[in-house]
Design a protein around this ligand. Structure first.
Ligand SMILES: *Cc1c(COP(=O)(O)O)cnc(C)c1O
Length: 410
């Protein structure tokens, strides 16, 4: 039978599909709450099969940038699903060319490589930093400098770049070509630069490390050092990019540009996607055969990526992110004053917001979840709030109200 009908297919799978739904067959590397399963979502809310509504201020870790089941994103994905899913990069993909040119129109970048995740965009960027130096005759320049409390993903070079001992222990036995300096320590950075240094990698707003925006002085100092020593500057905007901070890209708050930038998370609105965007000088060093991906830039991901760009480029969107972020931070400051024993301070930019806790952050996050508000945590005992960029004012206030009631009940 070469072309089974839908009904014969579902009958056959119903007969053979007796596998139990348990976590036993998965790696134990995640620890989700066992009693909670979401069956669908709409905008800023997620629902269980039983119909319980949760307010989603985590957005799948800054991924569902326009909430759940956004009609425009559903529509572009469905339309593409009925045309073609995958052809590989052995053929042109016009929607990838279009998304690349839209990305380059709105930032420093001139060339784009598409991947499927943040860590792959980082890997591509690290290769491009080294590849650029090698293409200019500097094969000795292969080392990158990274910063403490960074997070760049879970593949080996991304782990080495961030240098977080909790993540590298047991997995990175040798020198992977990265040097670490303390976050925002300019003199340590200067001291770490050698004639083997190829580039510098940092998050303009650190995410996992604790929602820490770099200072303007530090960013400008890093840029000046890169110019002086002919280093390639690479920004990891996997979390802070794509409108999250109220600018299309977080570095645009600082009046400087990198040579390489990694994007992912919010760019697909929930569809896996990654992008490494670069200057022409860096991108053009990545000649035929130097890098590649089977899935990267596939038509489904590109359809959704273009759909996200449509929403991001709506004229008032970024202004609204700024306004909502200010409103959120204002209300959180009020809670810090009202509950000084439990909350310490408010951090972040736009709708990438951290609340430093006195009590254990994960315990507060658990209590918020019990009260049907989903939030994340981050380093520095932070509660991490990442509501969708198009969250309504009502939902924004409702989320802060849940936080207030939860704090008041303890
Ligand atoms: C999430 C994240 C990554 C890794 O992205 P994955 O898609 O999980 O590989 C890299 N850098 C930053 C800043 C991130 O927040």
């Amino acid at each position: 039978m070469t072309n089974p009908t839908e009904s014969s297919l579902s009958q056959a799978s119903a007969l053979t599909d007796e596998a139990p739904v348990t976590r036993q067959s998965l790696w134990p590397n995640y620890a989700p709450p066992l009693d909670l399963v979401f069956s669908h979502g709409k905008g800023s809310e997620l629902f269980t099969e039983q119909g319980d509504a949760y307010l989603d201020f985590l957005s799948g870790i800054a991924v569902t940038s326009f909430g759940h089941a956004h009609p425009h994103l559903v529509s572009v994905l469905k339309q593409q699903a009925e045309k073609v899913w995958h052809v590989s990069n052995l053929f042109r993909i016009p929607s990838a060319e279009r998304l690349a040119s839209r990305l380059t129109q709105h930032c420093f970048a001139e060339r784009v490589f598409f991947a499927n995740s943040g860590t792959e965009a980082i890997e591509a960027g690290i290769k491009a930093v080294r590849g650029y130096q090698a293409a200019h005759g500097h094969t000795e320049r292969s080392r990158l400098i990274g910063f403490s409390d960074s997070f760049h993903g879970r593949t080996l070079a991304a782990l080495a770049a961030a240098g977080n001992k909790n993540h590298t222990r047991g997995f990175i036995p040798t020198d992977y070509g990265f040097d670490q300096v303390p976050w925002e320590d300019s003199s340590a950075l200067e001291a770490a630069i050698s004639d083997k240094t190829a580039g510098i990698i940092l998050e303009p707003v650190q995410g996992e490390g604790g929602i820490r925006p770099a200072s303007k002085e530090f960013m400008q100092h890093v840029k000046a050092l890169c110019d002086e020593h002919k280093l390639v500057l690479m920004f990891d905007e996997v979390q802070c990019g794509v409108g999250r901070t109220g600018k299309l890209f977080a570095h645009q708050h600082y009046g400087i540009t990198p040579d390489v930038m990694a994007l992912a998370k919010g760019l697909g609105g929930g569809f896996p996607i990654g992008a490494c965007v670069t200057t022409a000088a860096v991108g053009d060093a990545m000649v035929v055969g130097s890098h590649g991906s089977t899935f990267g830039g596939n038509p489904l991901a590109m359809a959704v990526g273009n759909g996200v760009m449509d929403l991001l480029l709506e004229p008032s969107l970024l202004d609204e992110v700024v306004d909502k972020g200010q409103h959120l931070q204002r209300r959180l400051h009020e809670l810090v004053e009202k509950f000084p024993d439990q909350l310490a301070s408010v951090h972040g930019k736009g709708l990438m917001v951290g609340v430093k806790c006195h009590a254990k952050n994960s315990e507060l996050a658990d209590r918020l979840r019990a009260n049907k508000l989903l939030v994340g945590t981050a380093g520095g005992n932070m509660l991490r709030l990442l509501p969708p960029l198009n969250v309504s004012n009502e939902h924004l206030d409702q989320g802060v109200d849940v936080l207030e009631q939860t704090l008041a009940a303890t």
